[in-house]
Design a protein around this ligand. Structure first.
Ligand code: IPE
Ligand code: IPE
Ligand code: MG
Length: 225
């Protein structure tokens, strides 16, 4: 039985879900938040310590301004509504990604939430915001170069957003699309990948448990036999 320390999720399919229900893409984004809550709860139930959620990529700025604004406002109000409950439930929030370009109010809110929950240790939720794996790696190489250090695995990992986070054991991507979309490329060198047909708002605890069960039985070779 493989232990599960870290599950990473590409929460894809919200927009299509909204359209499928004859509403807007943004309606789908809102619905996706219910799945976020459900999956956080079942991650705790399964005694998994790390959950990383891809919420906004460095490429998502290509979307229409209105959708970007909606997504950032949704994040803002989600934090307002849920951060105290997270804190009560011993959940630690960590942001990975470059949030320096977010407007001040949101940036402060995110920093404050990290601060508030930093001692919690039941579950760490790593929220990937303006996250892109390629720019994360470039930044790491630049820091190594600046400090005149050697390029090696240890130094590269030390300078990633995820320096204190174990590599994902499992990647789940919902939304019937089989690609990584610039997510944790380095960290997922040996992750078990599960592509799920369902759109994110339809993904439920049972689907999650099926994946966890399959994962537990996989023989992980890491190059060995
Ligand atoms: C959610 O799904 C991912 C985010 C960027 C928030 P999408 O918005 O990509 O939904 P689809 O893939 O267009 O259906
Ligand atoms: C990946 O989904 C990013 C997030 C889930 C935040 P996208 O919908 O942006 O990915 P592509 O563009 O289809 O590859
Ligand atoms: Mg998508």
């Amino acid at each position: 039985m493989n232990p599960v320390k870290h599950v990473a999720i590409i929460m894809d399919g919200n927009g299509r879900w909204g359209i499928k229900h004859k509403k807007s893409r943004n309606f789908g984004h809102r619905a996706g938040l219910n799945t976020v809550e459900r999956i956080i709860k079942s991650t705790i139930k399964n005694k998994i310590n790390h959950l990383t959620l891809y919420a906004f990529s460095t490429e998502n700025w290509k979307r229409p301004k209105k959708e970007i604004k909606f997504l950032l406002n949704l994040l803002d109000s989600f934090i307002d509504q849920k951060i105290h409950e997270f804190n009560k439930n011993n959940i630690k929030l960590k942001i990975i990604g470059n949030i320096s370009i977010f407007h001040n109010k949101l940036k402060k809110k995110l920093k404050k939430s990290e601060q508030l929950t930093k001692k919690n240790n039941k579950l760490q939720v790593n929220l990937a915001l303006n996250y892109g794996s390629k720019s994360e790696l470039i930044n790491s190489f630049k820091k190594i170069n600046k400090n005149k250090q050697n390029i090696n695995i240890k130094n590269i990992e030390k300078n990633l957003y995820t320096s204190t986070i174990p590599d994902p054991d499992i990647l789940i991507r919902t939304g019937n699309t089989n690609r990584l979309s610039n997510f944790l490329l380095w960290q997922m060198a040996y992750s078990e990948i599960f592509f799920e047909k369902k759109l994110w708002p339809d993904f439920n605890e049972n689907d999650y448990n099926v994946i966890l069960k399959k994962f537990r039985k996989i023989k992980r070779n890491y190059g060995n036999i």
